[in-house]
Design a protein around this ligand. Structure first.
Ligand code: NDP
Length: 249
């Protein structure tokens, strides 16, 4: 295997401006892919693009809110215009709006479902059209332990992430016809801005249930994404890969 096995391929990472998404974009860039990253905050987007460019490959940043159809379509369109193809889509953009079920606001439910689930649907539909023409592609959905085991205080997020697992499996069955492989990666507790927002006592209680005894890094997740994007994963589709230090088995 060459040192840059994804040379000539194009990867699009939603929410690639920080945390897990940025680590995934960096891993794919190290493997030789041209990368496109998106996010809503343009300042963060610019600094992510600079950080990724320093790895030596081609990088494009596009400000886009994945929950909006026009923005999702524009993001895939810009990628095609600039690079001519889309080989890898990482549906990573995600948000939390935590609260107990009995007090959860309609808006907290809607926003979380819109970004985490509708956004992944919109991006998958848009990118899969290009991938079908190519007769190849990899779609990697970043779900969560919460989607597999449920998380108290996160009915919205758990539902969205469980929905994403269903989307992954159904899309894997439909898109196999064009050799498009669809898989999910389910991180446990990972050190990012999102995890920093969890109250300390809750974070420590969760950490106490991790057999490996440490919080995960964004890089731990990116390693799995890098593998699923590569030729070594050619016979894997419709699967969920847990990267959680043993939190959920
Ligand atoms: P962060 O909050 O650190 O980063 C989220 C990224 O998503 C940012 O780049 C953000 O950019 C972008 N984003 C948020 N909303 C939108 C939107 N509507 N459209 C486009 N981009 C958006 O999160 P993490 O890195 O921690 O999480 C990444 C993924 O991993 C998420 O799907 C999350 O659910 C999942 N995950 C995280 C875990 C953890 O412990 N950290 C555990 C399990 C899963 P901007 O704000 O500029 O739009």
């Amino acid at each position: 295997m060459t040192a840059r096995p994804l040379e000539g391929r194009v990867a699009l990472v939603t929410g690639g401006t920080r945390g897990i998404g940025l680590a995934c974009a960096a891993r794919l860039a190290e493997q030789g892919a041209a990368v496109v990253v998106s996010g809503r905050d343009t300042t963060r987007l610019e600094s992510a693009v600079k950080e990724l460019e320093a790895l030596g490959g081609e990088v494009l940043g596009v400000a886009a809110d994945v929950a909006k159809r026009e923005a999702a379509d524009r993001l895939t369109e810009r990628t095609r215009e600039r690079f001519g193809r889309i080989d890898v889509l990482v549906n990573n953009a995600g948000i939390t709006r935590d609260g107990l079920l009995l007090r959860m606001k309609d808006d907290d439910w809607d926003q979380v479902l819109d970004v985490n689930l509708r956004g992944a649907f919109l991006m998958t539909r848009a990118a899969a059209k290009t991938m079908a023409r190519q007769k190849s592609g990899r779609i990697i959905n970043i779900t969560s332990t919460a989607g597999a085991m449920g998380s108290a205080g996160q009915v919205n997020y758990s539902a969205a992430k469980a929905g994403l697992i269903g989307l992954t499996k159904a899309a894997a069955r439909e898109l196999a016809h064009w050799s498009i492989l669809v898989n999910a990666v389910a991180p446990g507790l990972i050190q990012t801005d999102m995890a920093a927002a969890i109250p300390q006592a809750a974070r420590e209680a969760l950490l106490g249930q991790v057999p490996l005894g440490r919080i995960g890094t964004a890089r731990d997740v990116a390693e799995m994404v890098g593998f699923l994007a590569g030729d070594g994963a050619a016979y894997i589709t419709g699967q969920v890969f847990h990267v959680n230090g043993g939190l959920y088995m």
